[in-house]
Ligand binder design. Structure first.
Ligand code: MRU
Length: 373
């Protein structure tokens, strides 16, 4: 089943200055300048880095100076856009673009948004080359940004409506647990799971957030905690291993997470630790929601067994904040993501509404029909 709600409050998340921005855009007179916040330096330093072209975009994504499935896709699109300004676009041919897209898609294999946006770009620019191709790429990049801002606000609103149906344990608002960073630092707008949390705050329906630090990369402590402080939201940072204990201690009403890829049967790849949370939610009988833009669906993959899980470097685990925390050659296992089975998920919140797993199957059917038409 799926439900949709149009945004009825025109002030809902309207004040963009309240969020930490992952990207700055200066349209310039002859050439735009697009900069992204270096997330490796947070929370200590706020430094914006220029996206100069394809190489620089691929590098920013690989080094995880930018991360989060939707933002990765946007940075890749702007990598192409800015490349089209190099040497007045002399080298920006169709062949060049096709190769660049392959290079960008290979940067991080689990998040599917990048592949989806590139497929859309290829479809919209089919048959074009030279100046018409360049103009189409530039137009596409800026339109994507505008569309994302609109769709993201709708997603956050849908999330607020969804959470409203959950019985709350405290009259003064909801207590929500979340993992990783899914906010304005993971998108070009308010975010997915954390965007919904900002929406609840905006609607004065939020009591507190329980934020997992998200080892080993600490997106929770470095990024989500920074965003929550920035917005003046009450929260507690916990170690990942404290999740089960904290659910009763803080009277958590619901868990909400983002996604890097949701496949046709609803299985969901997201930051490693998400699967644990879904199991814990089932034990405590609290809802477990996934919030995602429509671009995070991968209807071409039937179930979670076929999702490629990115393995990160061993040293990311062996070191914490530059300090070695185990023997230097300790063998480690460091997957960036895990897959949560669809039957543990209470529902999916997108800009199109709220979908149960059954609703997702109907969406899948619609998508296949649309592709055949
Ligand atoms: O490795 P990261 O930091 O890119 O992982 C990010 C996540 O797992 C997020 O939950 C996901 O991309 C959704 S972001 C809106």
């Amino acid at each position: 089943m799926s439900f949709e709600w149009p945004v009825t409050d025109k002030n809902f998340l309207a004040d963009e200055s309240r969020r930490l921005s992952s990207i700055t855009i200066d349209t310039g007179t002859t050439k735009p300048s697009i900069k992204v916040l270096d997330q490796l330096l947070l929370p200590g330093q706020k430094k914006y880095l220029e996206i100069k072209g394809v190489e620089s975009a691929a590098d920013l994504i690989k080094k995880m100076q930018v991360r989060g499935a939707p933002l990765i896709a946007s940075v890749a699109v702007f990598g192409l856009c800015m490349e089209s300004f190099q040497n007045a676009g002399a080298n920006f041919t169709r062949d060049f673009m096709n190769n660049a897209i392959l290079q960008l898609i290979s940067t991080r294999p689990t998040a599917v948004n990048l592949r989806n946006v590139m497929n859309r770009l290829l479809k919209e620019t089919a048959g074009l080359d030279g100046i018409p191709l360049i103009e189409a790429v530039r137009g596409f990049s800026f339109k994507e940004l505008i569309d994302e801002a609109r769709d993201n606000r709708q997603l956050c609103w849908n999330g607020v409506q969804t959470i409203s149906s959950v019985p709350r344990k405290n009259p003064d608002g909801y207590t929500i647990m979340t993992i990783c960073n899914t906010g304005s630092l993971a998108t070009t707008s308010w975010g997915t799971a954390l965007g919904v949390i900002s929406g609840l705050h905006d609607q004065k329906m939020l009591r507190r957030v329980i934020c997992l630090e998200t080892r080993p990369y600490n997106q929770g402590s470095r990024l989500t905690a920074t965003e929550l402080s920035h917005q003046g939201i009450d929260f507690r940072l916990i170690c990942d291993s404290m999740a089960a204990y904290s659910i009763t201690e803080f009277q958590v009403d619901a868990i909400i997470v983002g996604a890097d890829r949701v496949v046709a049967n609803g299985d969901t790849a997201n930051k490693v630790g998400t699967f644990n949370l879904a199991i814990v939610a089932k034990y405590f009988n609290i809802p477990f929601f996934v919030a995602l833009p429509y671009d995070t669906f991968d209807f071409d993959t039937e179930d979670g067994n076929s999702i490629i899980i990115e393995q990160r470097k061993d040293d990311e685990m062996r070191y914490f904040n530059g300090s070695l925390i185990c023997e230097p050659r300790t063998p480690v296992f460091n997957p960036a993501f895990d897959v949560t089975k669809a039957d543990l998920i209470s529902g999916y919140i997108t800009e199109k509404g709220f979908h149960t797993t059954l609703g997702l199957k109907l969406l899948h059917g619609d998508e296949m029909m649309r592709r055949r038409a």
